[in-house]
Design a protein around this ligand. Structure first.
Ligand SMILES: Cc1cc2nc3c(=O)[nH]c(=O)nc-3n(C[C@H](O)[C@H](O)[C@H](O)COP(=O)(O)OP(=O)(O)OC[C@H]3O[C@@H](n4cnc5c(N)ncnc54)[C@H](O)[C@@H]3O)c2cc1C
Length: 402
């Protein structure tokens, strides 16, 4: 393609992260004239190094990866989550004996979800994007966007001028297109940061994820599939007040492991660190509108939730699924009616998850006696009453599989 080529397309997606990239694959495969642009290079990788980051992908959003032709291309096998154990506790003490255990066999509908290594998804995505002949992949590149009542123009710096019907902003949390459209946002800082890394352990996890509520914030251990770095491994999302998280990022591996052991307990035997540690400041992001003239916001550009329930990307995949359905109906993909239908479904759903994760975090990230007692009694009651427990599982699976 020459640098000055003009392209007339249906959809131009800005941002080829997990959400933008997945939408691009679905649309291109279905014959929609699509371009996807990213500021970063998207070189197909033979085998990226293990970096300790992974997504918990629920059973419903997993189907979106299948739809995009990505699931079967994941080069590293995803690990099924077949059990979820929820407990309340204090650092250095055994988890409260009052706990909830959900077993996917009891719910009778296959695994609750899958652990997918971030590098695996990136490798599958980059390879798939490069293999779709009809798809225009432009990266690394930046572009300016002008939007009009009946079309939009994306001018790639030093590259083609793309005229299209719909621009999709999939640029992540700090979406420049969202700001350019004057869409307001409200950020709810948690004063917490999430430390993300992986650990190898002596004993098998049997597919069980652990959500351990500690006063500094939730501590999650998520079961990874065996890989070249360890036969038994788990991803950890460890939430702490930001000042403590920053200190933990500075300490040497031995001191870090000591703190880790005080939280993880002994059920996995001896533990060791794999890869590096990552730290993310946590906030929820409420976006007041998901659309503007010829513009739709997708994924993290449209919402941000606390990672307490590992739902950020899952919500994004549900945005992807609906937007793809609406575009594939065959009308004008960027007209006001289509955009209004997109917002009408996705915004309430995402807001519900934002509220639920916010309440969970505030309820559990404290050490106030009566609140601890109430939540422990609540957890134990759900565990003891099979009817109530089945209802919770159905609710959880329903929310995840919609
Ligand atoms: C600690 C933590 C743990 C998490 N765990 C989970 C989990 O277990 N499960 C889950 O579902 N979610 C999880 N999430 C959320 C998940 O990481 C995000 O929801 C997801 O990465 C968002 O994907 P995205 O494609 O919308 O945005 P991003 O991943 O941010 O991708 C944006 C893309 O746009 C590109 N870009 C940015 N600006 C421009 C520009 N101006 N022009 C062109 N390109 C641009 C970037 O290069 C990038 O490729 C977690 C988040 C955190 C912080």
């Amino acid at each position: 393609m020459s640098d000055t080529a003009s392209l007339v397309l249906d959809v131009c997606i800005i941002g080829a992260g997990p959400n933008g990239g997945t939408l691009a694959c679905i649309l291109a495969e279905a014959g929609i004239r699509t371009a996807v642009l990213d500021q970063a290079a998207l070189a197909p990788m033979e085998h990226a190094d293990f970096d300790g980051r992974a997504y918990a992908i629920a059973a419903g959003p997993q189907k979106v990866l299948e739809r995009a032709g990505l699931w079967e291309r994941l080069p590293i096998k995803p690990g099924p989550i077949t059990g979820i154990r929820v407990s309340d506790g204090k650092v250095g003490k055994r988890a409260s004996p009052l706990f909830l255990h959900f077993d996917s066999e009891e719910a009778g509908a296959g695994p609750f979800g899958w652990m997918v290594e971030a590098r695996s998804l990136r490798m599958a995505l980059n390879a798939r994007l490069a293999s779709l002949e009809a798809l225009h992949v432009i990266a690394p590149a930046t572009a300016s966007v002008e939007r009009f009542a009946d079309h939009a123009v994306v001018q790639v710096a030093g590259g083609p001028r793309i005229t299209c019907k719909l621009v999709v902003a999939a640029e992540g949390r700090r979406s420049p297109l969202r700001a350019q459209a004057g869409i307001q946002t409200t950020s709810l800082p948690y004063g917490q940061s999430g430390i993300v890394f992986a650990m190898g352990h002596e004993l098998p996890h049997h597919g069980t994820a652990l959500e351990h509520f500690l006063p500094g914030g939730p501590f999650a251990q998520l079961p990874l599939a065996p890989s070249e770095v360890a036969e038994h491994a788990s991803a950890i999302v460890w939430t702490e007040k930001t000042a403590i998280a920053e200190r933990l990022m500075q300490v040497d591996d031995e001191s870090f492991l000591r703190e880790l052991r005080r939280r993880i307990g002994t059920h996995l035997g001896e533990v060791r660190l794999l890869g590096r540690r990552w730290c993310y400041p946590l906030s929820a992001l409420l976006v007041h509108r998901y659309t503007d003239t010829r513009l739709a916001l997708l994924g993290d550009a449209a919402h941000g939730v606390h990672p307490i329930a590992g739902q950020g990307l899952n919500l994004g995949f549900r945005d992807v699924n609906l937007l793809a359905d609406l575009i594939l109906e065959g009308g004008d993909p960027g007209d006001t009616e289509t955009l209004a239908r997109y917002q009408a479904v996705r915004r309430p759903d995402n807001l519900t998850m934002l509220a639920a994760t916010d309440v969970l975090d505030r309820l559990f990230s404290n050490d106030i006696g009566p609140i601890r007692l109430a939540r422990d009694v609540g957890i134990a009651a759900v565990h003891r009453l099979p009817g109530l427990k089945r209802m919770f599982m159905r609710q959880a699976m329903g929310a995840l599989m919609a």
